[in-house]
Design a protein around this ligand. Structure first.
Ligand code: SF4
Length: 476
């Protein structure tokens, strides 16, 4: 058994969906009596059930669909799993230990930077019965005590991601007759991107926004801008992010975010909220009892030192920001309030904009794979009525990510999620363009909004994964 961390374990490192590895779905078989009900494999490979008289009844084939997915990690390749193994709190401890040894030997140590996602802050705050601001200050203190040099807030890079996404949408909308332009699908969720690459490559990938996620823009900021400001080369910085899901580890491990020249990744290690909780327990630290320390002050404008949030929900607010931005740019109209229509379930909502009584834009949010499958099928049939869709793999979005701190009895998952959402939405919000450092960084770091460097560092690409020819009966 390969161990990633206390919060995640793999039991099989074989590559995913190889013809020799089959997903297993337990099925209930009714026993007719103590003697009857035995199962055997027939000569044609099918399963048959024997009754007391020895009569054989052929059993129906068990079909596996997404609804049966046990998230067993069988769809993670062995190469990917090695990369994930490199991303755990043990790995951070190793680098911290290595730094101590380097200092003793009089050598230069690595600079350790941690970027905190607002969803993880809300999760840890809920677990420790703190506000988001209190939890942030105490997490900064905890991380600095461990030997971390800088702690930043990922909301800052989300400003870039939101602005770039909105500008990308506008470009696509203006050439919406081109195949693959509209609808634009959000790209900040690696769980969804991974699914699209592995199952719906050629016709869905062109629809996915090329704008990097907040985690990866933070990676570019730290490894490209902060490193040059501090006179360090990118590999001298060890960049850790704290995130609400394990999928962010896979995102950080993508080849697109690896710097061949310096042999380093934009994000070296992703730790989930739950893993931070384990670290606190390992170290015997009660977060509420720690003093607070502020987020790091701007280092030439890398972070503005305060905790901010965005309106529009716990998954980043892409839908709301893009809609407001585009309606203003195209129709010079300011949207005051956005009201949603719940479609099939609470995780599938839509909203539309009418100008002079005419419908002009229709956006949707589709969370969870059930709704994602529905959207994908609509696009495939050319029947998708939306211009933009905020797609997220987790039902209820990132605040409900698989890496968040789990509830402890008697609290239910739903009760905990309600508290996490309340903490998250209590953080003061700001429009990305109101962040004074963003425009400065567009100029100082990227050389302008549409520069080659801005496109290279704020955008990415996706790759269709070739399907294995397999005997499996899996319906994605
Ligand atoms: Fe991660 Fe879930 Fe958010 Fe996707 S929706 S980024 S899988 S937490």
């Amino acid at each position: 058994m390969a161990s990633f961390s206390g919060a995640l374990k793999l039991v099989d490192l074989d590559d995913f969906i190889t013809p020799s590895q089959e997903c297993i779905k337990p099925v209930k078989i009714e026993k007719t009596s103590d003697k009857g009900g035995a199962i055997k494999i027939a000569s044609d490979g099918s399963y048959v059930q024997l009754d007391e008289a020895g009569t054989e009844t052929k059993l129906q084939k068990a079909k596996i669909s997404l609804a049966d997915c046990l998230a067993c990690s069988g769809c993670v390749t062995s190469a990917e799993s090695v990369l994930i193994t490199q991303q755990s709190q043990e790995e951070l401890y190793r680098v911290l230990q290595e730094n101590e040894t380097l200092v003793k030997e009089g050598k230069e140590k690595k600079l350790i930077v941690v970027s905190l996602s607002p969803q993880s802050v809300a999760s840890l705050a809920a677990a420790c019965k703190l506000t988001a601001d209190e939890a942030t200050g105490k997490l900064v203190k905890f991380l600095k005590q461990l030997g971390v040099n800088y702690v930043f807030d990922v909301t800052f890079s989300r400003d870039f991601s939101l602005i770039e996404s909105a500008r990308e949408f506008l470009r696509r909308y203006r050439k919406s007759k081109e195949v693959g332009s509209i609808p634009m699908l959000a790209s900040a969720c690696p769980g969804w991107v991974c699914y699209a690459e592995k199952t719906h490559g050629s016709y869905i990938l062109p629809h996915i926004s090329s704008t990097k996620s907040p985690q990866q823009i933070m990676g570019s900021l730290v490894k490209d801008y902060l490193s040059s400001l501090l006179g360090k080369s990118p590999e001298q910085i060890y960049h850790v992010t704290i995130m609400p899901c394990f999928d962010k580890k896979l995102e950080a491990s993508r080849n697109d975010f690896y710097n061949d020249m310096y042999r380093t990744r934009d994000v070296d290690c992703v730790i989930t909220s739950g893993e931070v909780d384990i670290m606190l327990q390992d170290k015997g630290v009660q977060l509420p009892q720690l003093e607070s320390q502020p987020l790091d002050e701007p280092v030439g404008g890398v972070c503005d030192g305060q905790l901010w949030s965005h309106v529009g929900g716990g998954s980043g607010g892409y839908l709301e920001y893009i809609l407001r931005y585009v309606v203003f740019e195209l129709f010079q109209h300011e949207i005051k309030e956005i009201s949603y229509k719940i479609m099939r379930n609470k995780d599938f909502r839509e909203c539309s904009v009418e100008i002079d009584g005419q419908p002009v834009l229709k956006f949707a949010a589709a969370y969870g794979f059930r709704n994602i499958q529905n959207i994908v099928q609509k696009i495939k049939r050319g029947k998708c009525p939306y211009h933009f869709i905020e797609v997220m793999a987790c039902p209820s979005g990132c605040l409900n990510g698989g890496g968040q701190v789990r509830p402890t009895e008697p609290e239910t998952s739903k009760e905990l999620l309600d508290r996490v959402e309340a903490i998250y939405t209590a953080v003061k919000t700001r429009k990305p363009e109101e962040n004074p450092l963003v425009e400065r960084l567009y100029q100082d770091w990227l050389g302008g909004r549409d520069s080659e460097k801005a496109i290279k560092l704020l955008h990415t690409q996706y790759h269709e994964v070739e399907k294995f020819v397999s005997a499996l009966n899996i319906k994605w």
